[in-house]
Ligand binder design. Structure first.
Ligand SMILES: [Ca+2]
Length: 194
């Protein structure tokens, strides 16, 4: 009896490891519709390098985006996968004008041309933590198939972003059929709820 229980436990643990989601966005290419400010630059790898910034505007891990209403970030996963949670982490430091986005829209595509708006996350100031914090905004994509993931974030004064993640299962990888490159994507064609 005991042996069979141990066997089942090991089996469950093994299955959990096998189906556990991984960050498919890690070290993947991304584009932003407008570049980060020179004072808080992004070299083009920091938002998917797996490194978290500390909750300080002086930490070099933050890319800073100033005004102009919103930014759109597109991550190329390199192949189509079934994806689960999409997250983006931002800084709140109200005194220095760094605010969390009031809304964040999520959209996915398998070919970079046809897009599907999948979620909007709105942040209510009443619900936000006080002080200087690194805050993660998350969306559930309910096993959407995607090669490209786009996020559109409201920008008030400053938006500071350090990392985007896309959770999914590597085993669901599909070979690329017809799709455009990241550079060929037209930001205006992406479907968002806002
Ligand atoms: Ca990072």
């Amino acid at each position: 009896m005991k042996k069979s229980r141990i066997f089942i436990l090991v089996l469950v643990l093994l299955l959990t490891v096998l189906v556990s989601a991984e960050n498919l966005a890690l070290n993947k290419k991304y584009l932003v519709n407008l570049p980060a400010e020179a004072s808080y630059p992004d070299s083009g790898v920091e938002l998917t390098d797996g490194k978290k910034a500390t909750a300080s505007i002086y930490n070099a891990g933050w890319a800073g985006y100033l005004r102009q209403d919103y930014r759109i970030f597109i991550v190329d996963l390199g192949a189509t996968y079934e994806i689960n949670d999409i997250t983006i982490s931002a800084l709140q430091d109200v005194v220095t004008g760094v605010h969390l986005p009031k809304w964040t829209c999520f959209s996915t595509s398998t070919d970079g041309r046809r897009w599907k708006a999948i979620d909007v996350v709105e942040l209510d100031e009443m619900d936000l933590p006080n002080g200087i914090v690194r805050y993660t905004i998350a969306s559930r994509s309910n096993n959407a198939k995607a090669r490209y993931v786009a996020l559109k974030l409201e920008v008030g004064t400053w938006l500071f972003v350090d990392e985007i993640t896309v959770e999914g299962n590597l085993d669901t990888k599909e070979d690329i059929t017809i799709s455009c490159t990241l550079e060929e994507i037209d930001f205006k064609e992406i479907e968002f709820d806002y």
